[in-house]
Design a protein around this ligand. Structure first.
Ligand SMILES: Nc1ncnc2c1ncn2[C@@H]1O[C@H](COP(=O)(O)OP(=O)(O)OP(=O)(O)O)[C@@H](O)[C@H]1O
Ligand SMILES: [Mg+2]
Length: 228
């Protein structure tokens, strides 16, 4: 379960202070799918980075499985990410010195899996990159890098997947395949999925649709009736 309570975040900028999040509340049960939508600059990426413990909020709390992120030190946060979170960043953050296969195998290797390469190879094939496993990130197109990043986030079957516009750089057909993969894995593993998207059709496939508006999350009310 993910619980966000009265979360605020602002940035110091030349002209003063930019309030991005102003009291975000959310309770997401294990296994739920939630879309976060909102215009560019509304704070979606900021919210995901806070959820991943990669940024510190100004105020408010985030709990994942009952553990308050602000009670963890850097090692504790790294353990949490390794054990429970998969993150697809909007800018892919691939390791440039590792091949596609090496990038996808990385979370497994960090966790000490002995079959890291085999599982990474399988996941690369599932995102349609079986024939690109030995390419380095700079030898891959933007959409291919995006798919490597998705494979890396999914390879250790995380309990919680945070994905920031995972289809933003993909053509329609590839994007549709990735969305099927994300929802398919959710159905298979019962993972919790938080999906930032500009695509209303994709958002509509999630059990919850949450809109960032003036720094707060507003839920599409008529969807409450849909069983979670
Ligand atoms: N480190 C920072 N310093 C100052 N301002 C920042 C910083 N990070 C983000 N911002 C500002 O905060 C606002 C929210 O940024 P964020 O990246 O969360 O938006 P977003 O909703 O993800 O947008 P997009 O749809 O374009 O990805 C933006 O106006 C951005 O310029
Ligand atoms: Mg963003």
């Amino acid at each position: 379960m993910i619980e966000i309570d009265n979360l605020s975040m602002s940035f110091a900028i030349a002209s003063g202070r930019l309030d991005v999040l102003r009291g975000v509340d959310l309770e997401l049960r294990d296994g739920q799918t939630a879309a976060i939508v909102g215009p560019s600059g509304s704070g979606k990426t900021t919210l995901l980075l806070l959820l991943a413990g990669l940024e510190q909020p100004e105020s408010g709390t985030i709990r994942i499985d009952g553990i308050a992120l602000d009670s963890l030190d850097d090692d504790g946060l790294a353990d949490l990410r390794r054990d429970r979170l998969g993150i697809v960043f909007q800018s892919f953050h691939l390791v440039p010195s590792l091949t596609a296969l090496g990038n996808v195998a990385l979370p497994l290797e960090i966790a000490g899996a002995d079959d890291a390469e085999a599982r990474a190879g399988e996941m690369l094939a599932r995102v349609g990159l079986g024939d690109r496993r030995d390419h380095f990130p700079m030898q891959l197109s933007g959409g291919e890098q995006q798919r490597v990043a998705i494979a890396r986030a999914l390879v250790h079957s995380p309990a919680v997947l945070l994905a920031d516009e995972p289809t933003g750089n993909l053509d329609l057909e590839t994007g549709a395949r990735i969305i099927e993969l994300l929802f398919g894995l959710h159905a298979e593993t019962g993972s919790t999925l938080v999906l930032v998207t500009h695509d209303e059709a994709i958002a509509g496939r999630c059990q919850r649709v949450l809109r960032l508006h003036q720094g707060r999350l507003v839920e599409d009310a008529d969807r409450h009736a849909i069983p979670a």
